[in-house]
Design a binder for this molecule. Structure first.
Ligand code: PHE
Length: 436
């Protein structure tokens, strides 16, 4: 059931006539040392603001930071960038990458807006034009990215991505250098215990760009694939123990992104499952035109670091990355991948709430953000357990189950009740629902 979307953040509660426990909308919000005016787009929450300065990817010894440095070491002659602000414009995040005007990612229900002109980046691709414009031709960029999403063991509204790109001139000398690198990578992979399920570089449904010489598109796609196959081998073969009999399996799949063509996804078979690792493709020429490097072409990829770190370190819950508990942090050494030893799992405790939606409807993501704001990382999981439309009144009812669990201690019943009471009262006050 998709419903009308209304503005529902704590910073932007509906007008109220009566005394309320919900903070009034401040006219400005301080973010990373800068004050921003709020407006009807504002949906960033205090919980999210509190993550902006954590910078896990730069925290020495943290798995996210170690994974970043392992990938950086694999691309030694690339520029390594990791300190760009998460605050970007919708132009940077979407328009500079040719996202259509009606792309769902732009909506307030999917992305965090500080106001209508400023948002939190939803992917590291938001910086492609800036980095290409600055003159970098080969670069890696690591950053925290923000998306409004569900709550469970593998979804968190903040995660880390690494973007990589390589662009080259289309003159014979530059193309020749890429061809030599293709040969180097081919030789290296031929010696490795890796089995690659490939797709054709270019097809009718995954076309080369009309402005490109098809020979150059082919070379860019081949260099992209070899560079990433070699990275996958570096990351997964060591930990997984690839052998001649049991090679690392990597599979390429045709994909679509608004800012690359052809586009692909990469999956790796690890511990019995195919895992989606990254998206990539040949950079849309309009991106490079906007970056004043119209004479170059090349490729880009974006990968999710938590995803990969959870697998390599056997970290079972994405919330653990944000833990400041020494039982978590002290397990890791900078530069080294090790297997996480879980400390005791404390008991979970769930509470259900069901309500009638207000006439203008609410989005599930509004409920997730509200729970996150009340319970922080004590909310392990939030799931819709029932949807129902009253046959006569046509009113919509939704039931959610919130699973509370601390990773560091046992929660007592009173504490869980108090959290759930707050969830319920904020549902009533902020989202204007009628509890059933
Ligand atoms: N930005 C894309 C994502 O977040 C990944 C991507 C990066 C795809 C670069 C293509 C090229 O899903």
């Amino acid at each position: 059931m998709r419903v009308l979307r209304v503005s529902l953040s704590r910073y932007n509660p509906p007008l109220r006539r009566h005394r309320s426990t919900v903070a009034a909308t401040p006219s400005e919000i301080p973010i990373l040392g800068h004050s921003y005016p709020t407006d009807s787009y504002t949906n960033i929450t205090p919980t999210i603001v509190s993550k902006l300065s954590r910078r896990l990817h730069a925290q020495d010894g943290h798995p996210i930071s170690t994974l970043r440095s392992l990938i950086e070491n694999h691309f030694p002659d690339y520029a390594h960038l990791s300190s760009l602000s998460p605050v970007v414009t919708p132009y940077q995040n979407f328009d500079s990458l040719s996202f259509p005007a009606d792309h769902p990612g732009r909506s307030k229900t999917d992305s965090y807006y500080i106001n209508k002109d400023v948002m939190l980046r939803t992917h590291t691709s938001a910086h492609e034009v800036d980095v290409f414009t600055s003159g970098e031709a080969r670069w890696l960029l690591t950053a925290d990215v923000y998306r409004r999403d569900e709550i469970d063991a593998s979804h968190y509204p903040v995660f880390h991505q690494m973007e990589g790109a390589n662009i080259f001139g289309t003159d014979d000398a530059s193309v020749g250098a890429v061809e030599r690198d293709i040969q180097r990578l081919e030789r290296q992979l031929a010696e490795s215990n890796i089995e690659i399920q490939d797709v054709q570089h270019i097809t009718a449904t995954n076309p080369a760009q009309p402005s490109h010489d098809p020979r150059h598109s082919e070379i860019a796609a081949r260099h992209l694939k070899l560079s990433l196959n070699s990275l996958m081998y570096e990351l997964f073969a060591g930990v997984g123990g690839a052998t001649k009999e049991n090679p690392l399996q990597v599979r390429w799949i045709e994909a679509y992104f608004p800012f690359t063509s052809p586009s692909y996804e990469v999956e790796v078979f690890f511990r019995g499952k195919w895992l989606e690792i990254l998206g990539c493709g040949v950079v849309l020429q309009s991106t490079l035109d906007r970056s004043n490097v119209a004479n170059k072409m090349g490729w880009a990829f974006g990968l999710g670091l938590e995803r990969i770190a959870m697998i390599l370190y056997s970290i079972p819950d994405i919330r653990l990355f944000w833990s400041e508990d020494m039982r978590f942090l002290s397990q890791f050494t900078s530069g080294k991948i090790s297997t996480f030893k879980p400390y005791s799992k404390y008991p979970a405790s769930y509470r259900d709430v069901s309500f009638w939606q207000p006439d203008n409807g609410i989005h599930d993501n509004d409920v997730y953000d509200l729970v996150r704001d009340v319970a922080g990382d004590l909310a392990e999981d939030v799931a819709v357990i029932d949807r129902f439309t009253h046959p006569k009144t046509k009113r919509h009812s939704t039931a959610f189950r919130v699973n509370y669990r601390s990773m560091d201690r046992s929660l007592v019943n009173e504490e869980v009740n108090a959290l759930q009471d707050q969830v319920v009262s904020r549902l009533k006050e902020q989202l204007r629902v009628e509890i059933r």
